[in-house]
Design a protein around this ligand. Structure first.
Ligand code: B12
Ligand code: SF4
Length: 576
């Protein structure tokens, strides 16, 4: 084998960290192989096929590795306008709005299907232009929908679920894929390998100069948020989360020195200042404290003035840890509280106590955390009742009292049902989902099911959301919402820290709950302090450097707060 072409299939701009790790790994083992990373996100849609053809003709690859990161539509969170369209269609009483929403929904569906079709067509194009090249495919979206996608790809395409370093190395070296988690179609049959090899992370260090030389589109990311992986695997069991399925449950760590070396290279060579730990969970448990602590200490010792974030279990943040987080530059945090009811959380087997989550927030406030917090709620999770909804409203007030009303941004992040999760299994057993359903096949009925908001609370919640979103659409932000939430007076010792500057140091996203799965594209849930996304939330719309830009809309409107307060009004106006 003499050459490999990596094609990062287009999605909303996000640094293709997976491709860089794969290319770097192969380079370390086979420096003689020519490699090239082609990032289709950086190429206009109408130009992509031409880019694939021209690059493949220039590279003449023996192996083409497609990386498919996400397939997402009708995300179950407020940052995405399609949630509002779907809710208007399902729950609005206004027929005109319903009709308008159905047209917008059709447009979204068209984009969704044509996006998938376009991505698949690149593989078919490679089959034509490089008939002798082996095609491989992997990445998060492929892992989530492997069984459905492999059917639509050219035969003999090797699909890999989970990490791909060893599998690619085996193909490069002409070895069998024994022990790998693969899926391939041959002679009309689907063959699966159910193993899973784990890459040795003890010396995983990226040679950035090499990556720069084979990835000309890197310049688009130099000032963006760069993904860095510090560990693989998550030991938790959150019912809706796909991450343990993708990455495995056993946690494998990279040495802190090498993680910070990666960061330092991007910092010095590219001028990058924002980083995201792409770990399923940054603090996977107490066993992770030494590595996480060393990473933060090294960032401080090397005087790297950066902003970092990642999915963080707030419930595992101690006072010392919080001080280090703030000192090392943690950014805005996304705390996936999921529910204010311990019972609902236990039902989702999320494995954290709400009290510990509040403690984590307290420690952050005491440490001088100046960022914003997106507080994710997955209303109407299994076991939800009117009483537990009230507990969720109270939990928001509690976090707002600790961190400051003006820096806590509740976000409605409904559970999205993803294949191969416990939630999907439970809903199949209960008959809510039909066995054999195709998660990529979207219809008004399937969208309604997969954006998990079931009866009997669906209408109540739908109406509260619509009322709030309609108000927010006027451009008013929730932080200016005149309605007090009743706990504006903060307990002493919990005075808010002064407002963060937004950019630079300060804001972080941590997640308290599990990844709320998304549908046809899933969302990330965090667990009991797990899920965190992006950095630098700018509620007034300036700068907007939050890593997960898809959430910004919900933050800018701060409509989640409005939803909770509207829900509170509706619930309290009801007769007991
Ligand atoms: C970190 C993360 C984020 C961060 C990214 C921050 C950053 N700057 O990098 C943030 C919070 C911003 C984010 C956002 C979203 N994410 Co996200 N994210 C992840 C997460 C946890 C890790 C991804 C990652 O970078 N891993 C580290 C790198 C090294 O791994 P990798 O890219 O996956 O590559 C490895 C393997 O996949 C494989 N591989 C990759 N390509 C190839 C190719 C071949 C040929 C082979 C053999 C192997 C292979 O080998 C690589 C190395 O081992 C995954 C879940 C997970 N645990 O994987 C979800 C995940 C990728 N995200 C997902 C989604 C949907 C989203 C959002 C659209 C959700 C939303 N909010 O609406 C957004 C939008 C993203 C965007 N395009 O803008 C989904 C995608 C699945 C799907 N349904 O389509 C995932 C899988 C989570 C899930 N729900 O299950 N995300
Ligand atoms: S939600 Fe977070 S903590 Fe829970 S299983 Fe997923 S990655 Fe792990």
């Amino acid at each position: 084998m003499t050459s490999i072409l990596y094609i990062f299939l287009p999605c909303k701009q996000i640094y293709p960290v997976g491709c860089t790790y794969l290319a770097d790994y192969i380079h370390k083992h086979h420096p003689e192989i020519r490699q090239r990373i082609l990032d289709l996100s950086q190429i206009a849609p109408g130009e992509r096929s031409r880019a694939v053809r021209e690059t493949s003709e220039a590279v003449r690859p023996d192996l083409v590795c497609f990386s498919w990161r996400d397939i997402q539509i009708f995300s179950p969170h407020e940052g995405d306008a399609s949630l509002e369209q779907a809710f208007t269609f399902y729950y609005s009483n206004n027929p005109l709005k319903k009709i308008a929403a159905s047209f917008s929904g059709l447009k979204s569906l068209y984009q969704y299907y044509s996006g998938i079709r376009a991505n698949l067509s690149h593989a078919w194009l490679i089959r034509k232009t490089c008939p002798h090249a082996q095609i491989m495919i992997g990445g998060g979206a492929f892992g989530a929908f492997a069984e459905q996608l492999i059917e639509k790809l050219p035969e003999e395409t090797i699909g890999i679920l989970g990490e791909g370093e060893e599998a690619i190395l085996k193909v490069v070296e002409g070895k069998p894929l024994d022990g790998e988690r693969f899926i391939v179609r041959q002679g009309g049959r689907t063959i699966k390998g159910l193993g899973q090899s784990y890459t040795d992370l003890s010396d995983l260090a990226v040679d950035l100069s090499y990556v720069t030389s084979i990835f000309p589109e890197y310049t688009a990311y130099a000032h963006d948020c760069i993904g860095v992986q510090s560990k693989r695997g998550c030991p938790y069991d959150c019912a809706f989360c796909l991450y343990p399925y993708l990455e495995g449950k056993s946690v494998r760590y990279r040495p802190a020195a090498l993680v910070v070396q990666d960061i330092a290279q991007h910092y010095h060579q590219w001028g990058a200042r924002r980083f995201w730990f792409t770990d399923a969970q940054f603090i996977t448990g107490k066993a992770a404290y030494p590595q996480c602590t060393e990473i933060m200490e090294r960032i401080i010792a090397e005087k790297l003035e950066l902003e970092w974030s990642g999915y963080i279990r707030t419930s595992l943040i101690t006072a010392d840890f919080a001080r280090l987080m703030v000192k090392s530059g943690v950014g805005d945090l996304e705390v996936a509280i999921t529910s204010g009811s311990q019972e609902v959380l236990n039902g989702l087997h999320m494995g954290f106590m709400l009290e510990r989550l509040y403690d984590g927030c307290r420690y952050l406030a005491e440490a001088g955390f100046k960022g914003k917090v997106i507080l994710n709620y997955s209303l109407n999770a299994p076991d939800e009742t009117e009483a537990t909804l009230k507990e969720s409203i109270e939990s928001y007030k509690k976090v707002a009292a600790i961190l400051g009303d003006d820096r806590v941004f509740p976000m409605m992040f409904f559970l999205g049902i993803q294949p191969n999760t416990d939630l999907e299994q439970r809903l199949l057993e209960e008959g809510y989902l039909t066995s054999g359903y195709n998660p990529l096949n979207l219809t008004p009925t399937s969208i309604r099911k997969l954006l998990y908001n079931p009866a009997p609370l669906s209408k109540l919640i739908g109406k509260a959301c619509l009322a709030a979103w309609n108000r927010s659409a006027g451009g008013r932000t929730g932080s200016r919402d005149p309605r007090p939430h009743g706990t504006r007076a903060r307990p002493s010792g919990n005075e808010p820290v002064s407002a963060g500057s937004g950019l630079g140091q300060g804001d972080a996203v941590s997640a308290a709950s599990g990844r709320a799965g998304a549908m046809a594209g899933a969302t990330e849930p965090g667990v009991g302090g797990c899920k965190t996304e992006g950095s630098s939330v700018h509620p007034d719309g300036e700068a907007g450097g939050y890593a997960d830009r898809s959430l910004l809309r919900g933050v800018e409107l701060n409509s989640g707060r409005d939803v909770l307060l509207t829900l509170e009004e509706i619930l309290s106006s009801r007769k007991p």
